[in-house]
Design a binder for this molecule. Structure first.
Ligand code: NAD
Length: 308
């Protein structure tokens, strides 16, 4: 790979997130080579000029940089290491960026086993939900070498908010930052669901309770903004499946274990998420744990009108 910025981007994983990210890369003028196990997911991109690759190896061979946006570390491992995976096609000196919410093990193993090939490997997971992917306003947390981050900046800027594309440290740091963001957000969600349910059952009007929280030191971005998806619209965000949220919580606890930090609260939040997943199914939205509390108290937490 030369030091020039890439023009041809390979992209593997055209799901809720990857579909929006690739559309924005295409709009920004990058040539795309795309792959997914669901070929139909590429139809619109191909109509817009993208090239279909039959395997991740083909996508990697035809691109200046290959990006993965896959559900779990297991999927990343398959796409990278299988006989038709990225490593079978990427040229020596090539670049792979994993934007999945994942852990460093796959990349570490590639670095160790392919150390003579001069590969450039970055982790760059994202926040901002499917809507952020669709409108090109993702937050991106990048772990890797500074030169690589700068060379790839135009690619990241096509998918993310330039103000919130952060180089957070060496390889692996992006994964860690992303997992901690999700851990805290899921914890906010469970804590907020519990507090709203108790307050409402104690006879306080939901709108009054929420406005009181916003005016207090207990205010949070979640109470002020994100919870409105449920309170206004009964929308539990099916754009992010609870099965993936449970995956993130599991990875976050694994990370805590690997660095020797107890994670009692995270463990409890994970169990509540797993209960919601068991009750409402893998594809239920990431905010479905709120529904657990609603079902428990027999009240849907809904605002009539939003005043704050
Ligand atoms: P998704 O399940 O909607 O999409 C994943 C895609 O990968 C699917 O199109 C699937 O067919 C494809 N895929 C799976 N195995 C494959 C293989 N072997 N080869 C080629 N393609 C394969 O998932 P998503 O919601 O887009 O999430 C992707 C990643 O982004 C996850 O790690 C998730 O945790 C993270 N994330 C999601 C959101 C969100 O709101 N959805 C937000 C931030 C981060």
């Amino acid at each position: 790979m030369t030091s020039a910025s890439p023009t041809r981007v390979g992209f593997i994983g055209l799901g809720n997130m990857g579909s929006g990210m690739t559309r924005n890369l295409q709009r920004a003028g990058f040539e795309l080579v795309v792959n997914d196990i669901r070929r139909e997911s590429a139809a619109e991109l191909i109509a817009g000029g993208a090239v279909w690759a039959n395997t991740p190896a083909e996508a990697a061979a035809q691109s200046d940089v290959v990006i993965t946006m896959l559900p779990t570390p297991r999927h990343v491992d398959t796409v990278v290491n299988s006989p038709t995976g990225i490593l079978a096609g990427i040229p020596d000196g090539g670049t792979w960026v994993d934007m999945s919410t994942s852990v460093p093990e796959v990349a570490q193993r590639v670095r160790a086993e392919q150390s003579t090939r001069g590969l450039h490997i970055l982790d760059a997971p994202v926040s901002g939900m499917a809507v952020g992917a669709a409108n090109g306003m993702l937050q991106i947390f990048i772990g890797g070498e500074t030169d690589d981050v700068e060379r790839l900046r135009p690619v990241f800027e096509a998918m993310g908010d330039p103000e919130r594309i952060l180089h957070v440290g060496a390889a692996g740091s992006g994964y860690a930052v992303k997992l901690m963001i999700n851990q805290l957000w899921f914890s906010h969600l469970v804590a907020t669901a519990e507090v709203l349910s108790i307050g409402v059952k104690a006879g306080v009007d939901l709108d009054v309770l929420r406005r009181s929280l916003i005016a207090s030191p207990a205010n949070s971005n979640f109470v002020q903004h994100d919870v409105l998806s449920v309170l206004e619209n009964g929308d539990y965000d099916e754009g992010f499946a609870i099965a993936l949220a449970c995956k993130d919580l599991g990875l976050s606890i694994d990370l805590a274990r690997s660095v020797g930090v107890p994670a009692e609260l995270s463990g409890l939040v994970e169990q509540i998420y797993r209960r919601a997943r068991a009750q409402y199914g893998d594809r239920a939205g990431e905010m479905t744990p709120m529904k657990l509390y609603e079902d428990l108290i027999g009240v849907e937490l809904r605002l009539e009108t939003v005043t704050a």
